[in-house]
Design a protein around this ligand. Structure first.
Ligand code: ATP
Ligand code: MG
Length: 364
């Protein structure tokens, strides 16, 4: 059996550097590794609507933004299938059957959903669609027989839920679905990149993001006003690097060669951290270095995005072709699922013949 990737993003905003280190950069590497038979990248518009039902325009406008970010980062439509979730209706049908395999209390235990409910002030009235999105995510993953799901740490409970559904389905109906594995970033700092405000997660919904498409000036402005160690008031004060987002971003992005290029007084990040910790190193100097490192990473992405922005109709053609291909694959899985669940009445000639015989013989 081949190796297949499925992953994606909600079109609730442009993509940011958290998405980049958490999943996007890895996807491009995996796509180019030649080790995967198929790479499916989904723009999860139906999932985005579960908490934006009253704002479909937001979702609609952000589909192109996410697609442009994909292409800018190097996802290549010749190697990866880029598609839109809502254009693959088979995913809804799969979700509908998987819902029978999951209890309400199991969904209530999902820690990511719990914190997202709080964040959205949904405590009093959670939309059913939002509550059940981990099930729909299981449909997305299994529809493409994904073996590998490269995502950030916040997706761990979703993968766990999917694996439980696969196990349950295969136990009840016979071996049908592929068991997926999560692929988390190797670098600890990339598991869940914090926001520029120091909050635990950079998130489109929190407005604490550095977007891949931000201008050079905007990136610089955001970095220079980033939250750091609040007790590091004067340059000579000792500072804390743990939990300090500026150093977490450096952990995520900087390599030794950046020091030779932009900050030759230090050999590597350990030396810089040691100086900050003992005091005598100002935030501004560290932030300027981070800015240089990030700009180097983002500039080629920005340039490629500008090229694709001139070809919007072509981007939609890519998404349409990708969605058609994705639908064909999902339809095969759905047929397998229905066969296993014995809801394939019309193709089951044996069933029809056996019942015809039984009724003829008056045995019912
Ligand atoms: P929303 O607030 O609408 O949920 P989001 O910023 O959480 O948006 P998603 O589309 O939900 O983004 O997530 C897409 C992918 O990016 C997932 O694989 C997720 O794990 C990863 N991801 C999102 N935010 C971060 C982050 N701050 N650090 C690392 N990975 C992240
Ligand atoms: Mg999210």
């Amino acid at each position: 059996m081949g190796k297949i990737i499925l992953t994606g993003d909600r079109p609730t905003g442009r993509l940011h550097v958290g998405h980049y280190v958490g999943s996007l950069k890895r996807r491009v590497e995996l796509q180019n590794s030649g080790e995967y038979d198929e790479v499916f990248i989904m723009i999860a518009d139906a999932q985005a609507l579960t908490d934006n039902a009253d704002n479909p325009e937001k979702v609609r406008q952000n589909i192109i933004e996410v697609a442009l970010d994909y292409l800018a980062c190097g996802l290549d439509p010749k190697k990866s299938t880029l598609f839109i979730q809502s254009q693959v209706p088979e995913l809804c049908e799969l979700s509908f059957y998987y819902m029978n395999l999951v209890t309400v209390s199991r969904l209530q235990r999902n820690p990511t959903v719990k914190s997202e409910i709080q964040m959205r002030n949904f405590e009093a009235s959670i939309p059913v669609g939002f509550f059940t999105y981990p099930i729909s995510q299981a449909a997305d993953i299994t529809a493409f027989k994904a073996t590998t799901v490269p995502v950030g740490e916040d997706q761990m409970p979703m993968l766990e839920q999917t694996r439980e559904i696969v196990h349950k389905f295969n136990t009840v109906y016979g071996e049908t679905l592929t068991m997926p594995e999560i692929l988390l970033p190797d670098n600890k700092a990339c598991l869940r990149l914090p926001g520029t405000d120091g909050k635990a997660k950079m998130s489109k919904s929190l407005g604490n993001c550095i977007y891949l498409s931000d201008s050079e000036a905007d990136v610089k402005k955001k970095i220079m006003s980033m939250f750091t160690d609040p007790n590091h008031l004067r340059v000579e004060d000792p500072g804390q690097v743990e939990g300090n987002p500026v150093f977490i971003y450096l952990d995520a992005f900087c390599r030794d060669e950046h020091f030779a290029k932009y900050l030759p007084d230090y050999q590597n990040l350990d030396e810089l951290k040691a100086h900050y910790t003992r005091g005598g190193l100002g935030d501004v100097k560290v932030k300027k270095f981070l800015n240089a490192v990030l700009q180097e990473e983002l500039e080629p992405i920005r340039q490629r995005r500008k090229e694709w922005e001139k070809k919007i109709p072509e981007v939609y053609e890519i998404l349409e072709a990708g969605s058609k291909k994705a639908e064909a694959v999902a339809a095969e899985t759905l047929a397998d699922v229905k066969r296993s669940m014995k809801i394939n009445y019309f193709e089951d000639k044996e069933l029809i013949a056996e019942q015809a015989k039984r009724f003829m013989e008056g045995e019912h």
